[in-house]
Design a protein around this ligand. Structure first.
Ligand SMILES: [Zn+2]
Length: 165
């Protein structure tokens, strides 16, 4: 086994965390290599210092004070508008152009959809004034005998037009 390989495993060897086969290989190497024995001695010395150092005690109420400070900081954060402004400040010129394009397209689509879907007074008036015979080009049905299928259709279309007002 090479010294580099052994020294990579020395930490785990020192704490007894190596699989048996690896531990035996490291032990065999340590028996013949003074340099790796010295490394292991250093690790043991550091481990001894760490083990003998007392864990600092945490003042009482420390966790609740940290959580309260974190909550206060979170509440102080301005909402989305500020984040949007910060994004705008940090964004590059192409990002500004892309955002502006998205905004313009969105507004345009909204305007077009609102214009085409909102029933304006003028359009409602137009619909009311038109004759379904002219609109649907069914003037040839006007001569249909009363009670016929064509007459019924004409009646239905007229009723639909008046009801849709
Ligand atoms: Zn070695």
């Amino acid at each position: 086994m090479h010294c580099d390989n052994v020294q990579q495993q020395l930490n785990r060897f020192a704490v007894g965390d190596l699989p048996v086969a690896d531990r035996h290989a490291v032990q065999a190497h340590l028996a013949e290599c003074a340099a790796c024995r010295a490394k292991l001695a250093e690790l043991d010395a550091v481990a001894g210092v760490v083990a003998s150092t007392p864990t600092p005690s945490i003042p009482s109420g420390f966790a609740s004070r940290v959580m309260a400070a974190a909550r206060k900081r979170q509440e102080a954060q301005p909402v989305a508008v500020w984040n949007l402004l910060r994004w705008w400040r940090l964004a590059s010129a192409p990002m500004h152009a892309a955002a502006a394009a998205v905004l313009i397209v969105g507004l345009s689509v909204g305007v077009v959809l609102g214009w085409t879907s909102a029933p304006s007074a003028a359009r409602a008036e137009t619909v009311a004034e038109v004759d379904p015979v002219d609109v649907y080009q069914i003037d040839y049905l006007g001569e249909a005998p009363s009670g016929s299928l064509a007459d019924s259709y004409l009646t239905l279309v007229s009723a639909t037009n008046e009801g849709g007002r």
